[in-house]
Design a protein around this ligand. Structure first.
Ligand code: GLV
Ligand code: MN
Ligand code: MN
Length: 405
């Protein structure tokens, strides 16, 4: 196949900021509605039965048999602030494209096949990554989700209702494990390992444990021109020390720590802040290392806050434990690709995915599509058309292997 798909083109303008070229597809906004409409239209054009589940996740079904034991593929359509075009949408578009390819070939699945787009995978609006899949699988309580707020103080429940969806029905779907026999998420690679190996498609092995912590420094608002240095209680200072401490600790632990989101309150140039809210994203190959890293960063934050007469509190907003994808399904995926002459390397990743959440209940696998620069969560994120096409071919081979027997 080739990657000159009208389907891909039709999604590209949705939620793209003209100034930065990045995507701002946040849950329950106008851009999100347009993505939802795109999903329903795409399903309807293919005569797939589409539905939005109680958690805001979108499904398109090719109904076969009793409805049990489906093979499902897909990803998400939401983005990080100024995200790229591929993270999420590549998996959803490739899912529909693989079904198109298989139906052109006259395939005869013996079990249902579904395409899914999960709600709020990035946690860009409500802070909790993979919210739709976590609600679906019972990792997060509905009341906790309903009470989450965005940076304007709008609650998840209010935002969902504002988009015409009912937040009253949020929660686990006890039928999931019976309904879905396998979930395959195709995703752009968020690194350049495949490029180094010279492969255009890879298979997921595991996901590093990772999470987000909100750290709040409380100081005293005061005048920038009249307050002596010795008299200040400036929360920016321990915040700055914490960023540097996080970087140093990550290096020491062979892990990753990022502090890219911050709110200075009230944030005037000629005033000392009363508070700084900062977010730590931390990831490591194993949970002990991750816990040690976070403990070190928070200990450093407390020490520095004390020095400057500032208070500090912290709270874990989002945590995803280590995920090892289903060994048997992975072997079947690798075998299906090998039958097509594709040798796909098996890779671990530090990026979070809904596949990692579903893996608790459902055999789950991932396919990665080469990203030559490795850049992601950026408008510069890119995968070459021929690699995207290879991804669709690979996904089609896997779906055929899983759904036709
Ligand atoms: C999702 O892309 C994440 O790993 O943050
Ligand atoms: Mn992402
Ligand atoms: Mn993603």
């Amino acid at each position: 196949m080739t990657w000159d798909l009208p389907l891909w083109q039709s999604l590209l303008p949705v939620g793209r900021d003209p100034a930065t070229g990045g995507y701002r597809r946040y849950s329950f906004t106008e851009a999100d509605s347009a993505c939802r409409e795109w999903f329903f239209n795409t399903a309807a054009e293919r005569k797939l039965r589409a539905e939005c589940d109680a958690n805001g996740n979108l499904w398109a079904w090719l109904d076969v048999g009793s409805g049990a034991g489906a093979v499902v593929t897909g990803s998400h359509l939401d983005s990080v602030p100024d995200g790229g075009a591929f993270d999420g949408p590549l998996g959803v578009v490739s899912a529909f494209a693989a079904l198109d390819l298989l139906s052109e070939r006259g395939w005869r699945p013996v079990r249902p096949v579904g395409v899914v787009a999960f709600m709020e995978e990035e946690g860009a609006r409500f802070g909790l990554a993979c919210l739709g899949s976590k609600l679906l699988t019972g990792v997060i309580e509905p009341d906790v989700a309903r009470g989450l707020t965005d940076s304007d103080g709008v609650s998840f429940a209010e935002a969902m209702a504002g988009a015409g969806l009912d937040p009253g029905g949020l929660g686990v779907d006890g039928r999931l494990a019976d309904r879905v026999a396998a979930f395959i998420e195709l995703h752009v690679e968020q690194g350049s390992a495949l490029d180094g190996i010279g492969a255009n498609v890879g298979v997921g092995e595991s996901i590093w444990p990772h999470g987000r912590w909100l750290i709040e420094f409380g100081g005293r608002a005061d005048h920038a021109g009249t307050t002596r240095l010795a008299d200040r209680r400036d929360p920016m200072l321990p915040y700055a020390a914490t960023i540097l401490g996080a970087r140093e600790a990550a290096g020491e632990f062979g892990a990753l720590a990022t502090m890219s989101k911050v709110a200075a309150v009230p944030g005037g140039a000629n005033g000392i802040c009363s508070a700084v809210r900062a977010w730590l994203d931390a990831r490591a190959a194993d949970e002990d290392t991750l816990n040690a890293l976070v403990a070190r960063v928070l200990e450093g934050a407390r020490g520095s806050a004390d020095q400057h007469g500032v208070t500090v509190t912290s709270r874990c907003e989002s945590f995803t434990p280590v995920v090892e994808f289903d060994r048997d399904l992975r072997d079947r995926v690798v075998a299906a690709l090998a039958q097509r002459g594709v040798t796909a390397p098996v890779l671990a990743t530090g990026a979070g995915h809904d596949a990692g959440v579903l893996a608790r209940l459902v055999p789950t696998a991932m396919l990665f599509v080469r990203n030559r620069t490795g850049v992601s969560h950026s408008p510069a994120e890119h995968a070459e058309p021929e690699d995207c096409a290879a991804g669709v071919d690979a996904l089609a081979a896997v779906l055929e292997h899983l759904a036709c027997r």
